[in-house]
Design a protein around this ligand. Sequence first.
Ligand SMILES: O=C(O)CCC(=O)C(=O)O
Length: 297
Amino acid sequence: MSNCTFASDATLNRTPRPPEPSHTPNLLSGQSGHDPRVLTLTEPRDIAGHLPALADDTIRAIRVPSWRTADECTRAIEALGACIDDTYAQERSLGKGGVAVYDFEGDEAGADEYFARAKKWNGTPRRLMRPYGFGPDLVAGILSETHPGGVMPEQLRPGSEPCMGIIREFRCGSRAGPHLDRTDWDWPNNAAAATHLALFSFLEYHSVAVLGGELVLYGDRLNRDEWTQARLSTSLYEISREPLSKDPVIIKPERGELIVFDAHRVHEVREILIGVRHTASCFFAWRGPLAPLGRFA
Ligand SMILES: O=C(O)CCC(=O)C(=O)O
């Protein structure tokens, strides 16, 4: 997936791999929060100063605990949950809304639909989250003030406003296997996507799994050939763990926190074993420390 790179099989010339054995979550490692590759901040305004380190993998993730209050999370689950059946219909085993640019990869008619519907997708959650604010909007506001280049709507189609946030619900049994998010691969020949140096995923967690649902950050930036070789025949987006780092960062998200990572690097959401996991997220495309961040989902 771009959040998934949903590149269609038809567009790829690849030797499919068989499915991998199911993965048993390692419940003992990587969850202590003391991994030096993970930076924990109390002040969200400090995020901008660490984006270069995130882009070059000096740090793998930024966590901001208690970014949203318990009340805000409850409101988000109720309000945005209503969108999940309406605007953000459940989709595939991933359990996410079909609102993101990668749902229309390599498909110009699909891209037309994406932009035609973006207006509704952008309006509904903002309205429902008043007066608290829709998480991706709050992030954009802070980055506008703190990142030297500011924030712009990503010009995937100049003049058209892209979707500005994704609401996801992972129910029990849902997972997102190892994948990376490459809009330039999802949308070949797109002039804006072709210039992305990194793609920061900002996720706020409204509820978390009781068991499972860890975010696994491998750090690997595969090139197109390596990715093509690693793809699984059983999935539109998932790749094999075999070529990946054996020492990933593993984060057990906490309710109300904000997590940031570079989605160009392989990542995974482990299967939700108990509970339901709700998030709102957005991408901010990186073109260097002085360039505007390009916002889209
Ligand atoms: O929900 C998460 O923790 C990560 C979701 C994901 O895979 C992504 O944003 O690409």
